[in-house]
Design a protein around this ligand. Structure first.
Ligand code: ZN
Length: 484
């Protein structure tokens, strides 16, 4: 399938011309981006020999650590990244964003009644509150457990939910992930986490638990956001380790199960925070912008090395490479470290509000937020015909094993989705997502999981693609996606 793309007319001309010269002519002059291949190779090679992104990531993950919106860590990260970008010579702007401020508290649970329970025995569980969860009473609550296997089933059993701890037990489909569909697997297993607690609250449930959304079972709970209805009831909500969800299912098959649950999170008033914007101003059309980005906030359990420290580090590394080489593209390349992707998306919305009246100035947007296994190339929410215009990017990235150019619809990143809906062509690195959800949103998202060489390759992918998009004589066609 990809072979066809790689042997597109543009690529064929490049093959004939060798890799050293400019892409001067193709079969279709109007479509021919006159971008110098040697420059693309210099950018790629500089990224592959740079440790800037790794240093940026190490500082974020090891020195700041968790960076949930509203936390001291999030603010330290804003300062750290903006200082690093200024020191690298970029033009830095802090864009104000009001963010939710939710703080985790104590979290404990145990099974206190079940068939065959030896006297004096309770079964401790491993769980963690979902972002936005409300608190139990200070002494915890005790309630029988109702198990369902989908939100649809919960709706059919609404009358049974009242006063109970509802466990929505949906296993992550690792088979899908193993076959290149990890996004689909995440969507399927993530729906109960995202909307289940609000549905259960509407039925009078005492609390909601979801089986953790993740592909590897290390008895680690995976947190994540849940969405409440505006003005709707909010209840305690947590993610249970997959093993403990399975334990409860086994015990429930033998008789009623009762749980004691204690969660003490707090929702504080919205806090002031920022997106960090770091520009390489364009030489001809500085008002036209190509965005390369990742999100700066992270869940509070781990240190956000994978989600999404590596995305921020690679995006910052991409503009640092251009700056260090003294390369000034036709348009502005703008690295953005988004705030609040995880539990509100306020950073993406704030940026969109700031450009929506001049949306034509936003030429393209790239977001890296899906790990960096591989990377294998680029993925664009654009047409196949438009992707052919990017053949030189594939040619150059093929040299580091990242030459695949994949087109797919939909959002390329949560923070750039508002831009994409408004027509801005969206891109993401194409990665191997098979194991992305193993440790996603867990305490185990730490720096040691990141391969420094893969981070260099990710940086090279972002830098080459961003430069190329910023240098094309004509921007790509608008490519609106449907809103969710
Ligand atoms: Zn993320």
């Amino acid at each position: 399938m990809h072979l066809n793309r790689l042997l597109s007319p543009v690529a064929a001309v490049l093959l004939a011309a060798g890799s050293g010269g400019a892409l001067a002519q193709t079969t279709s002059a109007a479509d021919a981006p006159a971008v110098d291949i040697a420059t693309l190779e210099r950018i790629r090679d500089a990224a592959m020999s740079s440790d800037f992104a790794w240093q940026t990531l190490s500082n974020l993950a090891d020195k700041v650590g968790p960076r949930l919106s509203g936390s001291a860590g999030a603010e330290a990260a804003v300062t750290q990244v903006s200082d690093a970008m200024k020191a690298a010579g970029l033009t830095v702007t802090l864009q104000p964003v009001k963010v939710p401020h939710w703080v985790r508290g104590e979290e404990r649970a145990e099974l206190v009644e079940y068939a065959g329970r030896p006297q004096g025995i309770t079964q401790p569980l491993h769980l963690t509150a979902l972002g936005g969860s409300s608190a139990t009473p200070a002494k915890g609550l005790v309630a029988p457990v109702l198990i369902v296997h989908s939100v649809a089933e919960l709706k059919t059993r609404a009358a049974e939910a009242k006063g109970r701890i509802v466990l929505i037990s949906v296993a992550f489909d690792q088979n899908l992930a193993d076959n290149g569909q990890s996004g689909q697997a995440y969507g399927q297993a993530g729906e109960p986490r995202f909307i289940g607690p609000a549905v259960a609250a509407g039925f009078g449930a005492a609390a909601t638990l979801v089986r953790s959304v993740g592909g590897a079972n290390y008895r680690l709970p995976h947190t994540g956001a849940t969405k409440w209805e505006d003005g709707g009831k909010q209840i305690p909500a947590a993610a249970l380790s997959a093993e403990d969800a399975m334990l409860i299912e086994r015990l429930a098959a033998q008789g009623p199960v009762t749980m004691k649950l204690l969660l003490t999170p707090k929702t504080l008033p919205d806090a002031d925070s920022h997106n960090v914007l770091a520009d390489v101003p364009g030489r001809e059309r500085p008002d036209e912008v190509v965005i390369v980005s990742g999100h700066l906030d992270s869940w509070d359990l781990g240190t956000g090395a994978m989600d999404d420290g590596m995305g921020v580090a690679a995006a910052m590394g991409a503009v640092q490479v251009l700056k260090s080489l003294g390369i000034t593209p036709r348009r502005t390349v703008r690295a953005i470290a988004w705030m609040n992707e995880e539990n509100g998306g306020r950073g993406g919305k704030a940026y969109f509000e700031s450009v929506k009246d001049s949306i034509a100035t936003q030429s393209a947007a790239i977001e890296s937020d899906f790990g960096l296994a591989g990377p294998l190339g680029i993925s664009g929410a654009i047409s196949d015909a438009q992707m052919k215009l990017l053949a030189p990017v594939g040619m150059v990235l093929r040299g580091i094993g990242a030459g695949v150019q994949d087109t797919r619809g939909g959002e390329a990143g949560a923070d750039i989705a508002p831009l994409q809906i408004a027509g801005v062509p969206g891109f993401a690195p194409l990665v191997d997502g098979r194991h992305y959800f193993d440790l996603h949103h867990t305490a185990a998202d730490t720096l040691d999981k990141i391969d420094p060489q893969a981070l260099r390759r990710q940086t090279a992918v972002l830098a080459v693609l961003a430069y190329y998009l910023a240098e094309m004589p004509q921007p790509l066609d608008r490519a609106p996606i449907e809103g969710r």
